[in-house]
Design a protein. Structure first.
Length: 110
């Protein structure tokens, strides 16, 4: 038998059940988000492990050229020195590019 005072109880029971239903949905969403975050973290770890395997480029690829032109050099001598420095720099670029291409072909990234 339902008494006059049981109305608030039913209301409380209804609100609690609705609240618990909402928690279950929220839990599923949080679980799904956690699984997605774990998958992303694993993919990041895998990418970092692969990146650690990349060999360093040859030391020559990190060096720079100077022309060696002095303050009182004649202009024709300065031009020759600059041209030789530019030729060395261009040759280095070609060597480093060839090394990079060889490495990429080894990875299968043609």
């Amino acid at each position: 038998m339902i008494s006059k005072n049981s109305g608030p109880r039913y209301l409380a029971l209804l609100l609690i059940s609705l609240s618990l239903t909402g928690c279950a949905t929220g839990d599923r969403a949080r679980l799904s988000a956690a699984k997605q975050a774990e998958a992303t973290a694993q993919a990041t770890r895998n990418a970092l492990q692969e990146a650690a395997k990349v060999p360093d480029k040859p030391a020559d690829c990190r060096s720079t050229e100077r022309s060696g032109v002095k303050l009182n050099d004649r202009l024709d001598i300065a031009l020759v020195k600059t041209d030789r420095a530019l030729s060395r720099a261009n040759a280095r670029i070609a060597r480093c590019w060839a090394w990079d291409e060889t490495y990429r072909k080894g990875l299968g990234n043609d």
